[in-house]
Design a protein around this ligand. Structure first.
Ligand SMILES: NC(=O)c1ccc[n+]([C@@H]2O[C@H](COP(=O)([O-])OP(=O)(O)OC[C@H]3O[C@@H](n4cnc5c(N)ncnc54)[C@H](O)[C@@H]3O)[C@@H](O)[C@H]2O)c1
Length: 442
């Protein structure tokens, strides 16, 4: 009886758009979601441990380059969106969505510390009738085995006193064709009532929801999507290296293969994999599979191939300089693009760092140009990063370099200017399709 009432009460609140939404983790995933709810006139409280982000939001400003700052300003001004680091307020929202990071440990195992810490915080304030949804990418079973068990330590029971679901994020930062509200959203509840409530909550802002059997299936959906990308990127990277030896241009092959109207999906080669998802998420499954006594051979192989790509680019640079009677040592090299993909400011796991580290170790003098990354920060991959600032791209700076390395092909970069003035260009993104004497593909 109780179960039915709590579910009914929350469902009717959701339907009347009277739910208060709490979002934990206001990053690339959490902030757009918070805006989507605020723009539907729901009250949103964002929670983050990063006080700088909270202060920026309180001023009505935005810290993510591809999000329209006017949206943040309006959401804050209308008092629909507020942000706080006070986690004791977690009892205020009716629904709490968890969007915290899920990185890997240095041993490439899942780092569950963010999810655990967040669940601890929710546990302290959990009140009957709340819905909790995990969005952070993770191994199948996390919601049911880890989050549910921790929350039930309060004595409350999932599906009766509180509700719990998993719904993966499919954000594609910088993609102008899809946004948070237009990308179909997969939802799986730990139980029927939790799934029903989570689906109803997302239907308030997302055009299409896709209900799956349970939270575990939803967790597997997300990993499957990212593993699919990781493996296909690796395959096309491997083909690039093979075809290059055969004198075939991978970009010509892909352009032609893409004309097949069925059975082929295009993936582009590049300098390696990057971002917070593709290089990391597949290994969440590998870890869980090992626990079940299984191996994930495709994932391991994709990792091996993709991780070799920065080295391949450096080898191509070395060869090209060598042919011009030069070495990497003491050469002046300029990197174009530090972000892991075009037109965004996200440099997490960017292959640029591996390449830069490697060429600096060889004695090169480097500079870079990236309109989205004004300065280079120290990261886990690059703890000894020298202080570098994005340099303006002029005919003089280009001509002064021994080589230009195109790592990320931001749209606003003047590639014609580069082609006109550069002595050598090492292009890992297929910017220059027609053969040019100063361009080497990598
Ligand atoms: N970025 C993407 O495109 C994308 C796409 C799909 C899924 N995901 C997944 O979504 C999750 C979040 O990714 P993201 O890219 O938004 O990460 P992010 O680093 O941009 O944002 C995470 C935010 O969580 C905050 N945070 C960390 N610990 C916290 C805690 N204990 N309490 C409150 N806030 C905390 C951080 O300060 C940060 O603002 C990850 O699991 C990721 O794999 C990301």
């Amino acid at each position: 009886m109780k179960k039915l009432n709590r579910k009914k009460i929350l469902l009717s609140k959701i339907q009347r758009c009277e739910t208060i939404i709490g979002i934990i983790g206001l990053g690339y995933v959490g902030l757009p979601l918070a805006l989507a709810y605020a723009e539907k006139s729901l009250k949103v409280i964002g929670f983050d441990i990063d006080s700088k982000k909270i202060k920026t939001l309180e001023r009505g400003e935005c810290y993510i380059s591809h999000i329209d700052a006017a949206r943040v300003k309006q959401a804050v001004k209308s008092k629909k969106l507020s942000a706080t680091s006070d986690f004791s307020r977690l009892n205020e929202p009716d629904a709490i969505i968890i969007c915290v990071p899920t990185p890997l440990t240095p041993q490439r195992d899942p780092d569950m510390s963010y999810i655990i810490k967040t669940t601890e915080q929710i546990k302290k304030c959990l009140r009957a009738g709340q819905l909790i949804v995990l969005e952070s990418t993770t191994y199948p079973g996390t919601t049911e085995e880890l989050v549910k068990d921790m929350l039930e330590e309060t004595g409350m029971v999932c599906g009766r006193d509180f509700y719990l679901a998993f719904s993966p994020e499919r954000e594609d930062p910088g993609n102008a064709n899809y946004s948070t509200t237009t990308i179909p959203k997969v939802v799986g509840g730990v139980d029927q009532a939790s799934g029903d409530l989570a689906q109803a909550m997302y239907e308030k802002v997302i055009q299409k929801t896709v209900r799956v059997k349970n939270a575990r299936t939803a967790e597997a959906v997300k990993l499957t999507e990212n593993i699919f990308r990781a493996i296909n990127i690796a395959m096309v990277n491997e083909l690039k290296v093979i075809y290059e030896r055969m004198g075939i241009d991978i970009w010509d092959v892909l352009d032609a293969a893409s004309t097949k109207p069925f059975g082929f999906m295009r993936f582009n080669p590049g300098p390696g994999w990057g971002g917070h998802c593709i290089p990391l998420d597949p290994f969440y499954l590998s870890w869980k599979a090992r626990e079940c006594g299984m191996e994930t051979k495709f994932i391991e192989l994709a990792g091996e191939v993709n991780r070799r790509m920065p080295e391949y680019m450096v080898n191509r640079l070395q060869q090209a300089l060598n042919e011009r009677g030069k070495s990497v040592k003491r050469s002046k090299l300029m990197i174009i693009g530090i972000a892991y993909k075009k037109d965004i400011n996200d440099d997490r796991e960017s292959p640029a760092y591996k390449i830069i580290t490697s060429i600096i170790a060889m004695g090169a003098n480097i500079s870079y140009h990236d309109p989205f990354v004004p300065t280079v920060k120290r990261t886990r991959q690059w703890p000894d990063a020298p202080a570098l600032k994005s340099q303006p791209l002029t005919s003089r700076t280009i001509a002064a370099q021994d080589a230009i390395l195109i790592i990320t092909d931001h749209t606003s970069v003047d590639y014609k200017l580069i082609a006109k003035h550069a002595k050598l260009i090492v292009d890992s993104r297929g910017v220059y399709r027609k053969p040019l004497p100063n361009v080497v593909k990598a």
